[in-house]
Design a protein around this ligand. Structure first.
Ligand code: NAP
Length: 315
């Protein structure tokens, strides 16, 4: 007797790059009856769905319009979710678009909103409604612990207080400093991993993890870089030079790290998994082995509290 797949998974930011490739790889397996593609742009979502149906021969994709930078948009989607999801992959985000420090209607920077705040409201509300069955995965990055090879500084904080973390969230951290987009990106992913750790402690029956895909070519991650930088990186460095030097991988490999992590019970809830120290590809290891902050309960709580300053109770 063959079993019918009944599981449902949502991937945010699924219209391009790693999110779309993860959707493709998931559809090639037989576990999921529904793969929800959460995208902020309906047309891009529809185009991704058509492409995925063609490449996999499966009709399991559904586009959900959700802008993670808007809590109003996230809450509208949540109102319509009434069937449980077995897994949510919180992949949307990146370096914050053309105006990463602009404040959203919710009073946080665009880069923080798109990577973390929208996901925090989505995941926590889903859990509160009893609608998350198993796994919540936040897509992190080695930038959260700094990548000297790529000139990404390690996020370092003077006090790791709620105040200091809140200053990252509302952008005032850079008020008296020169803005560094890669540091800002690392800080946001750092806070996201701490938020997952704090949330996992509150919900021991779920598996909530942060996983980095590793440095991955073939995505739109550099879309806001100047054209010459983007062109050299996308056409020469990422596809050819980086794999040769062992500092980059092709798109299927990045998505596969996430695919495998969804079902890998050896990955412990609350932990942040990414490449080994000084690496940005290869096997996953617990990042608390490199940066003890990630297992520091006080720091996790401060990050969680800072994030919750920007989440008003729904009326
Ligand atoms: N590529 C890498 O080397 C690498 C390494 C480590 C971590 N990551 C992480 O992996 C994730 C995927 O990145 P990628 O490299 O695949 O880049 P990508 O191709 O640019 O994909 C990012 C996706 O996020 C969506 N998105 C951005 N802001 C959003 C918002 N406010 N609401 C809804 N969707 C939003 C984008 O939608 P639009 O098309 O509408 O902009 C796009 O679908 C990101 O979280 C990134 O930080 C990537």
């Amino acid at each position: 007797m063959t079993s019918t797949p009944a599981k449902r998974i949502m991937i945010t930011g699924a219209n391009s790059g790693i999110g779309k490739e993860l959707a493709r790889q998931l559809a090639l397996g037989d576990q999921y009856a529904q793969i929800l593609l959460a995208c902020r742009d309906q047309a891009k979502g529809d185009a991704a769905k058509a492409e995925l149906e063609l490449s996999t021969g499966r009709s399991v994709f559904h586009v959900i319009r959700m802008d993670l930078s808007s809590l109003a948009s996230v809450r509208t989607v949540l109102k319509g979710v009434d069937e449980p999801l077995d897994a949510v992959v919180m992949n949307a985000g990146g370096t914050g678009g053309a105006t990463p420090t602009a404040l959203t209607a919710d009073g946080v920077t665009e880069i923080f909103a798109s990577n973390v705040l929208g996901h925090a409201v989505f995941l926590e509300t889903l859990i509160a409604k009893g609608l998350l069955g198993g796994v919540g995965m936040f897509v992190g990055s080695e930038a959260a612990r700094g990548v000297p090879k790529l000139m990404i500084p390690r996020p370092v904080f003077a006090t790791s207080s709620v105040e200091e973390f809140a200053s990252v969230i509302d952008g005032t951290f850079f008020a008296a400093r020169r803005y560094n987009g890669m540091l800002a990106y690392g800080q946001v992913k750092y806070l996201g991993a701490l938020w997952i750790a704090a949330t996992a402690r509150k919900h021991p029956r779920l598996r909530l993890i942060t996983v980095s895909p590793g440095n991955t070519a073939g995505t739109q991650a550099l879309r806001d870089q100047p054209a010459p930088v983007r062109s050299i990186a996308n056409h020469i460095v990422m596809p050819y030079v980086a794999p040769l030097l062992g500092i980059g991988q092709k798109l299927p490999a990045g998505a596969k790290r996430l695919l495998d992590a969804i079902d890998d019970l050896a990955l412990v809830s609350g932990n942040f998994y990414a490449s080994a120290a000084k690496k940005i590809t290869g096997p996953l290891i617990d990042q608390a082995e490199i940066i003890p902050d990630f297992r520091d309960i006080a720091i996790q709580e401060h990050a969680d509290q800072a994030i919750h300053r920007y989440i008003p109770e729904p009326r």
